[in-house]
Structure formats: C-alpha cells, structure tokens
Design a protein around this ligand. Structure first.
Ligand code: ATP
Ligand code: MG
Ligand code: MG
Ligand code: MG
Length: 439
C-alpha cells in the first residue's frame, strides 16, 4: 500500500477526550472515529488490525470444532419473550419498532436466536455435540460508554453456543472453549488469566472471565502469580481427548484467581505474600455453562438414546474483538506509539522513502516495495513528501514491527537502514540483507 494513496488520517495533537493511552493512540493513528456516543467507524488501519484479530479468533474456534454462521443484528422481541429475558434485560437493550409497530431489538447477545435455530433443525442426540458461533455486531446501551472501543455501545463480539445431551458432555464442550481461549489470547501476544466468575442461580464453577492485566482495566482482580509460568496448550492439542482437556482445565484453575465479585479474602490471604497479585484487569472474554436455562423454556429438546426427549445443555462463549484491539495496545506501547505484536500488526513492514524524487531513493524503495509484496508481506510504502521527522513519527505511532529507511546517502551505495520498532535497534545493511531480514 502506498501511503500517498491510503487513508490514514493521523492526528498531530493529543485528542482531549481520550482518557487512556489506547484510546489516544487509536485516535491519533487514525484507526477509529466516533460517530456518536459509543458508536465507532473502523478506519482502514484499524480495520486491518481488527481483521487480523478476527482471523486468529476464527482459526482457534474452528480448531476447537466450533462451526461458523452469521445471525442478524436485529431480532424479534418474541424470542426474548419466550425466554423471559425481554422484560428482565433492562435499559441496556435497544428496543425498536418496525413500520408494523412490531417490537424488535438490536441484539445484545444471541442465546435466544441460536436456540431457535437449534430447535428448528436438531432433533436427535446423534447430531450432538454442536457448537455454533458468529462474529457479529452487538448493541448494549451502556450507562457509561468510555475509553473508545474498550467500552462502546455498538461493538463486535465473537459469540459461540454449545449444545450437548448431558451436563458431562457440556463440560467437555466448555473445556474445548477454555483451551481455545488460552490459545487465542496467547497468539494475540497477551497472557489472559481465566478467573472464576459469578454463575448466579445456575451455580457450579463453570464460568470464567478471561482477564488481561492492565492499570486502566475496569475490573479489580486478585490472583496467584503462578499463571505467568503456565504453558499455553499446543496447536496439536486433541480437542476430542476428554481427559486431556480436563487436565488442562484443572491445571489452569488449580490456583486462585477471581474478580472482585467472586473474591474470597480468606482464600487469597492463604497465598504466600510474594505470590499474591492484586491488580486491575480488562475482561476480554467470558465463558459460561448454563445448563437448560434457555433450552427448557424455549423447547430445544433432542431425543436421547432412551427414546425420550431431553432439553439440551448449553454454554455460551464470548470474546470482544473491538475491545481486544485497545487491550493489546494497553499492553504494548511506548511514548512514541503502538508496538504491535507481529500476529496482528496492520502491516508487516514499512518502507520509508526519505527523499521521493531522488533517483537512488526511488529506485531502491520501489524495488523493496515490489520484492516484499512478492514475498507475501503486507507492506506500507511511505512515498509521501512529508518531512523526515514526520515520517519517522508516523511509522513509530502506527507501530509496524519493521521499518526500512531509504535515505539518499546510503541509497547511493545500495544500502538502507533497518529499524526494529520494539527495541529501537537500527542497522545499516545492503538491500538484499534488508530483504532477508524482513521476509
Ligand atoms: P463488561 O463486564 O465489561 O460489561 P460483560 O460481562 O457485560 O462485559 P459479556 O456479556 O460477558 O460482557 O460479553 C462477552 C465479551 O464481549 C466481553 O468479555 C467483552 O470482551 C465484550 N464486551 C462486552 N461489553 C462490551 C462493550 N460495551 N464494548 C466492547 N466490548 C464488550
Ligand atoms: Mg456489561
Ligand atoms: Mg463482565
Ligand atoms: Mg462477562
């Protein structure tokens, strides 16, 4: 992508409305724009990162056996009346009437709709287990939307829903998502801690919030420090291995971790002083087993091996991609801007032509740009007439992992400078060496 033809509206000034660093950097880098309170457009640079985040989420969901579909944002109130949540949901739900005065709503979540799909088609235990997911916009009329897309009113959610014949099977489905989540957040360059969350009237211990530690996080969390040493389950993990997945779950839930709602002061104090972690965190994912809470009232039943009908056991599993993007930035930035983990960087490498119009600079830059593209890299080519200082500042701000700087003096002898965004290390080398480094 040539920067001169791209759309990346960089802000020079720090936007006053941004209270936290990720919000400030997303606005300054031209990633998002607020359209009305808590409702955002994702501009091209932001959209590229969001797509990469979604691709990783999708890969891990598929690997764990979940099946993707797409449900609409607008839902009929009828389904929610069936489950009893239409009245109960309260003011976070945006209620709409269509031209026939029929009550509709902008979905804050999809348990009812997916249960309706399930009951319409699946009649036998032989078709289970089943896990259906989508990545779709949600709307919640948050009382206090803030921190940019961290807590917005319209936001993207990956929500998966599992259906099983028995509670035991449902726990295996839960463990699949538990493992998929550990892998997903690790691939996004973050260590998320699964923390016990409230199960309400359902009871049991099968609700976990995945929390990323950050000073600006809205949740108060308490945990053992041991989590930093736990191994992330491998790509080769067998998701059909019931005992194997249970062992991973047991390991990751063997030490104390809870949000303030579930905090048990006595259990926490039993941890040795130096192993105690009391911090703030961001909820990036939430998984929940809720049994027959929706299948019972909505009549989502399958015929069991006994020939009788049984309401299915369900769970739901959410991740917030539009919250993850700022969460990644909170965890990875410096005073000059964002430092993207390679897995989600909007571009793999940026080629900075310091002096467009200079024959040597142009030739070398074009050559780099073409070769890197051919090698399958996502390349940003800064071919603008901006001052050198502006170009460097932009490259640092948008956080592309590798910068290749083409200046007139070194270009004349076929050399360029390669800068690592994370460490700041710079090295002069030949064009060939730079290509090797970046591919
Ligand atoms: P919170 O406690 O932050 O309000 P929640 O518990 O209401 O979140 P869930 O219903 O568990 O959220 O939704 C699943 C995921 O969707 C959350 O873990 C989070 O990543 C994301 N999410 C929820 N609300 C928002 C929001 N207002 N803006 C952005 N992402 C959100
Ligand atoms: Mg909420
Ligand atoms: Mg929550
Ligand atoms: Mg939650």
């Amino acid at each position: 992508m040539r920067l001169s033809r791209y759309f990346m509206p960089i802000l020079k000034e720090n936007p006053k409305e941004a209270e936290i660093v990720s919000h400030r950097l997303m606005l300054r880098a031209g990633m998002v724009r607020q359209q009305s309170q808590g409702i955002y457009s994702w501009l091209p640079l932001g959209k590229k990162v969001l797509d990469k985040v979604n691709a990783i989420i999708r890969e891990e969901q598929n690997r764990a056996g979940a099946v993707e579909l797409l449900m609409p944002t607008l839902q009929s109130a009828e389904l929610w009346q069936e489950s009893g949540r239409y009245e109960a949901y309260g003011k976070e739900m945006l209620r709409i009437k269509d031209r026939q005065e029929r009550p509709m709503l902008y979905g804050p979540t999809n348990e009812e709709m997916v249960t309706d799909i399930f009951r319409s088609y699946v009649k036998s235990y032989k078709n289970l287990p089943l896990n259906l997911y989508h990545i779709q916009l949600k709307f919640r009329d948050e009382i206090r939307p803030r921190f940019g897309t961290m807590r917005s009113r319209e936001f993207l959610m990956k929500d998966a829903y599992s259906f099983d014949m028995t509670r035991e099977d449902a726990i295996h489905s839960y463990n699949k998502m538990f493992v998929a989540y550990l892998r997903t957040f690790a691939r996004l360059g973050m260590r998320a801690i699964p923390m016990r969350a409230d199960t309400g009237p359902i009871g049991g211990n099968h609700s976990h919030e995945f929390i990323i530690l950050a000073e600006t996080g809205e949740s108060e969390v308490f945990s053992h420090k041991a989590f930093t040493d736990f191994d992330i389950p491998a790509e080769t993990t067998d998701f059909d291995d019931v005992a194997g997945l249970q062992a991973i779950f047991d390991k990751w839930t063997s030490v104390y971790a809870a949000t303030s709602e579930m905090h048990d002061e006595a259990a926490f104090n039993a941890i040795p002083d130096t192993d105690r972690l009391s911090a703030r965190g961001i909820e990036v994912g939430h998984i929940f087993y809720f049994g027959t809470k929706y299948s019972e009232p909505m009549g989502a039943k399958v015929q069991g091996p006994d020939g009788k009908e049984h309401p299915v056991h369900m769970g739901s599993y959410g991740i917030g991609p539009t919250r993850l993007v700022p969460a990644i930035i909170e965890a990875s930035h410096d005073e000059n801007g964002i430092i993207w983990p390679e897995s989600v960087a909007p571009f793999d490498v940026v080629v900075i032509n310091m002096k467009p119009g200079d024959a040597a600079c142009d030739t070398l830059s074009e050559k780099l740009y073409a070769s890197l593209k051919n090698a399958g890299k996502d390349v940003l080519y800064d071919d603008t007439d901006d001052r050198a200082g502006t170009k460097f500042a932009t490259a640092d701000l948008i956080g592309v992992p590798v910068q290749i700087i083409v200046g007139p003096r070194s270009a004349a002898v076929g050399e360029v400078e390669v800068k690592d965004r994370k460490t700041g290390a710079r090295e002069v080398m030949t064009l060939e060496a730079a290509l090797n480094r970046a591919t």
